[in-house]
Design a protein around this ligand. Sequence first.
Ligand SMILES: NC(=O)c1ccc[n+]([C@@H]2O[C@H](COP(=O)([O-])OP(=O)(O)OC[C@H]3O[C@@H](n4cnc5c(N)ncnc54)[C@H](O)[C@@H]3O)[C@@H](O)[C@H]2O)c1
Length: 331
Amino acid sequence: MKDFAGKVAFITGGASGAGLGQAKVFSEAGCKIAIADIRQDHLDEAKAYFKEKKVDVHTIKLDITDRKAYAAAADEVEKVFGGPPQLLFNTAGVNTFGPAEASTYEDFDWVMGVCLGGVINGMITFVPRMIKSGRPGYIATTSSLGGFMGGATTAPYSAAKAAVNNLMESYSQALKPYNIGVSVLCPGNIKSNIAEAVYTRPKGMENTGYNVTDKTINLLRSIHAQGIDPVELAQILKTAMENEQLYVLPFPNAQDMLRNLFENVIDQSSPEGAKRMEERRRKMFEEMAKNAPKDNPYRGSEDVGFAQARKDITWVKPMRMGPPPPPKKEN
Ligand SMILES: NC(=O)c1ccc[n+]([C@@H]2O[C@H](COP(=O)([O-])OP(=O)(O)OC[C@H]3O[C@@H](n4cnc5c(N)ncnc54)[C@H](O)[C@@H]3O)[C@@H](O)[C@H]2O)c1
């Protein structure tokens, strides 16, 4: 898609971080913007920002896991703009960190409900409407680098994002005949408010297996403060959409990293490969420790209990940053 002028863009999570960056860049490109977000304070701030720029954006308070509310939001957009959006940005997402083995059902239900379920709801709500409108369209979903790899402390998030990558690949093939393009954006670290995601955790899903405190939230804030600027990220996404790229990989050495990751997958499917892979992993951690910058944002993470199990879960070994311990001999 080359020309965005006059097109309606619906952006979930559009009131903060990556979504707000998309709202800024695509309104600049001439889109009419609808922002949907669960946080009213974020919506108000975004509305005020655009008002000052004399840009009219339509804001909707929406929890993307609520299917009925999602359909109502789509109806509202059609009423306000005279038709369904040509551009759908599935950007809203949440995150929380802790040992996979300490996870609760609620950790999975919440993170996967928003990060995967919310994207599915977006597709089911809008794809038929976009097709029926007969106009060319584009869907850009924000996934994560985490979707390409599991992590000991990111199980629900990584699983959701891996599914999102796969889902977008399916839709990309399915929607070509309708002239609807698909991209999946897989960033590393973004300068955003995602450290506050836990504040939107719904009632009834509070039960977490992870240690989440003001200190861990503050540590996360300082990590994300070092991420890519959301406007820069949205500009990268726009260029990728102009070139109909399915995958958008806005992090350094993306291609080498993915080559390594897929090599790991292949290696782990043979006994010799598994040994090679363990060795490579160990070296990688040693290299990382040697080259860690002085202002390494993860420094101090163990002190504040970041990504650890909830205090009363005593059977979980404390997470350690750094190289994995040598493999245990079997009894
Ligand atoms: N921050 C990072 O380092 C990073 C890295 C890779 C991918 N991502 C992804 O980028 C996307 C945007 O996140 P961000 O980092 O800009 O965070 P952010 O918190 O700044 O923005 C996300 C927005 O989504 C909203 N939201 C959360 N749950 C919602 C729900 N159920 N319904 C509607 N809106 C909801 C939040 O209120 C927030 O305004 C997410 O999908 C996230 O997983 C983030």
